[in-house]
Design a binder for this molecule. Structure first.
Ligand code: ADP
Ligand code: MG
Length: 689
């Protein structure tokens, strides 16, 4: 199954092949997988009397009038009639030859979109053909006309002709069907080439609705194959890592007991279950690859800490990585507190740790005198080398992106052994996504919150009632509670966000002169941020004005009110994270979503979801529905989960089947490799990690 280079086609030279490359097309095989996004029907003529605005149709008639009019814009107007009705063809750009050809009395066939115009229905710049009197009219197309995703410098006509050539040229030897025949039979799935041919040239009587919705068997067949290829590539990554072998870490019951003893509470049943799952993995001679999902506040940090204690007791090192400095610092603080009584030294490494301090930390990490290392992604820079790293904990994973997760694995691999990996995410991921995006990971779920928490009540209020909201803050704080005021901006610009927070903080300090108002934003120095956070935590501040930097991890149980400005600009997962900062104590907490009217329909729907539920999994499902998997997984930039044909939502029902099929392919590594190559190409680095 060797790829036939695209230059094998007539007329494809360097210039054209570069353009095609921009569409991901390098071979004839790629070209056939570049599917139409929609179709035009040029297979039959529509009577002019039956035209509807918005339809894209083929029409034919006689010109009754052809005139250049000087309206607001000069245009050539041609009135077409066919006995059943009439239609205006309008040209803003035309040359003399066109004007001469389009004369009263000639027959014209035209294709274009029908729109309402000033004098009835019209087509603007239709494709057209003047028919020669006395000669038979050309027969309409036999198949629907494909409309492809495009790139600059290429035309639909050109691409269509290339696809036609490729369809003639490629046979089953070039594009063998890699799905088992028995499966195709039982599922009534068409054979590969047949499916591709069908989708590029569908017969006129095809169910166009099904095609547009991506539900046609020919599309389902390809989606299934693509999902399978994706799944297989992730499983292959997993196998490659696990072939490396890992460190067998025995249970450390005494150390765990000593650790637990210092806590003022008992573990939840869910925490215990997940810890048991992790311990079992750690005892095996293969690297653990486990994802822990747990809603905000479900106590993931402790679960990770217990795993760390077990690994450290066995004489190894543990790295804990967080996505932001604030969160990393908080972890450093917590872990240090927990570890001190056990005599474990903790090192701290972030971008801002510099000079002598940095050298010192690096030294401790390299010598192994620091058994636990907490930091940001600075942990995985070249200069950092670990003495005997056996466990990597990655917190709030989804902010790192799938790609980074995979590249981190190389770090810490030593000789033929790789460290265990524990990945924790606070953004619950819908099951369908877990199965496909994380097929390389085992999954544990902490599906229980520690007892004694009162659910947060969420209010949706327009910003025209700002004064009321300010009073609400005054009231809560006068009762000894604390509050957050979160400023958001649609621009990604951090500078603008921080500026907005500064203005708001000044305004609130003036309005609430009896309260102590603090401000924290991303442009402050880490030490300043930490100082403000510490003041808030120790209740020396009543109100904390913040940008979304407080999104993850920050833990102040006495804070029971959160105002979020312009919540309509944030994704549901992010709102859920923010809201999770309150409701951590025993008093009733409130979250006020103060939106700026008018809300779009989707905006209204999203805020409604936030008001209705505090269940992170339901919110994630809804987020997926409203925004798509790229946003939910944070993979939009990395492009990791961009399927060519499959759509995780639409094709969710295929995923169970994908898992079964992937099992079956285990015995055919050659076929699996061919599938991965076909769909992911050889360029995807993670297929070769
Ligand atoms: P998250 O899962 O969001 O990372 P954390 O690990 O930060 O949650 O825990 C949230 C808060 O709950 C912390 O203050 C932590 O000490 C506390 N906590 C964790 N486990 C329990 C438990 N079993 N009972 C009571 N409180 C707990
Ligand atoms: Mg956490």
């Amino acid at each position: 199954m060797t790829a036939v280079p695209i230059t094998a086609l007539k007329g494809v030279g360097t210039a054209l092949s570069l353009k095609l490359e921009r569409l991901g097309i390098n071979s004839l095989q790629d070209l056939l997988f570049h599917l139409p996004m929609r179709y035009q029907d040029r297979t039959r003529l529509y009577p002019l009397g039956a035209l509807q605005p918005g339809a894209e149709v083929l029409v034919e008639g006689e010109l009754r009038l052809a005139d250049v009019v000087n309206g607001r814009r000069r245009s050539l107007l041609c009135r077409l009639q066919d006995g059943s009705g009439q239609l205006t063809l309008r040209f803003f750009h035309f040359n003399a030859a066109q004007k001469n050809a389009l004369k009263t009395g000639v027959r014209v066939r035209a294709f274009g979109e029908v729109r309402p115009g000033s004098a009835g229905l019209e087509m603007i710049h239709p494709e057209y053909q003047v028919l020669t009197a006395g000669q038979p009219a050309p027969t309409p197309e036999q198949a629907l006309t494909p409309v492809y995703p495009m790139t600059e410098g290429l035309t639909q006509v050109r691409l269509r002709s290339l696809v036609r050539q490729a369809l003639v040229r490629l046979g089953p030897d070039d594009l063998p069907d890699l799905l088992p025949e028995s499966l195709r039979r039982t599922q009534a799935l068409p054979e590969l080439l047949q499916a591709l041919r069908f989708l590029h040239q569908p017969p006129p009587d095809v169910d166009q609705q099904a095609l547009l919705a991506g539900r046609h068997p020919a599309q389902r067949r390809l989606a299934l194959e693509e999902l399978l290829a994706h799944h297989l590539s992730l499983t292959r990554v997993r196998q490659q890592i696990q072939q490396q072998g890992g460190w067998m870490i025995p249970l450390a019951p005494q150390h765990a007991a000593a650790f637990l003893q210092q806590l003022p509470f008992a573990l939840t049943a869910a925490q215990q279950r997940v810890i048991a799952e992790i311990s079992e993995d750690l005892q095996k001679p293969v690297p653990m690859l486990r994802l822990v999902q747990g809603d905000v506040g479900s106590g993931k940090t402790l679960v990770a800490a217990l795993a760390a204690v077990q690994v450290i007791a066995a004489g190894f090192q543990v790295a804990v990585m967080a996505p932001t400095e604030i969160l990393a610092e908080q972890h450093y603080h917590n872990f240090s507190q927990w570890c001190a009584p056990l005599g474990i030294d903790v090192a701290w490494l972030a971008g801002k740790v510099k000079g002598r301090q940095r050298r010192q930390q690096l030294e401790q990490i390299a010598s192994g005198s620091a058994a636990l290392v907490v930091g940001t992604h600075a942990l995985f820079q070249e200069e950092v080398s670990f003495a005997r790293l056996a466990l990597v904990v990655i917190d709030e994973q989804h902010r790192f992106g799938v790609h980074q997760r995979l590249s981190l694995r190389e770090k810490g691999a030593e000789g033929d052994r790789a460290p265990h990996q524990l990945i924790m995410t606070a953004t619950p991921i819908p099951r369908t996504l877990t199965m496909s995006a994380y097929a390389d990971l085992d999954c544990s779920i902490i599906d229980e919150l520690p007892p004694g928490r009162t659910p947060v009540t969420t209010l949706v209020i327009p910003d025209s009632r700002r004064d009321e909201v300010v009073q609400r803050v005054r009231q809560a704080c006068s009762q000894g509670r604390q509050a957050y005021w979160v400023c958001t901006l649609i621009e990604e610009s951090e500078a603008l966000q921080c500026q907005a927070a500064e203005v708001t903080a000044a305004y609130l300090a003036e309005q609430l002169s009896d309260l102590r108002v603090g401000l924290v934003h991303g442009r402050m120095k880490a030490a300043e941020k930490a100082a403000v956070m510490a003041e808030f935590k120790s209740a020396h501040l009543d109100l904390l004005v913040a940008t979304t930097v407080i999104e993850v991890g920050v833990d102040v149980p006495n804070a029971s009110l959160m105002i979020i400005e312009n919540p309509e600009r944030l994704g549901l997962a992010q709102l859920h994270q923010l809201r999770g900062r309150v409701g951590r104590g025993s008093v009733e907490s409130f979250c006020v979503l103060m939106y700026h009217p008018p809300l779009s329909r989707q905006g209204r729907e999203r805020l409604h979801v936030m008001r209705e539920t505090t269940d992170g999994f339901r919110i994630a499902e809804k987020d997926l529905q409203l925004r798509g998997p790229g946003e939910v997984l944070g993979t939009r930039q990395t492009g990791m989960l961009q399927f060519r044909i499959a759509d995780l939502e639409r094709d969710a029902d295929l995923l169970a089947q994908v898992q079964g099929l992937a099992q079956a392919f285990q015995s055919r590594p050659d076929l699996a490799a061919a599938l991965i190559e076909r769909w992911m190409g050889s360029s995807t680095s993670y297929a070769q990690v």
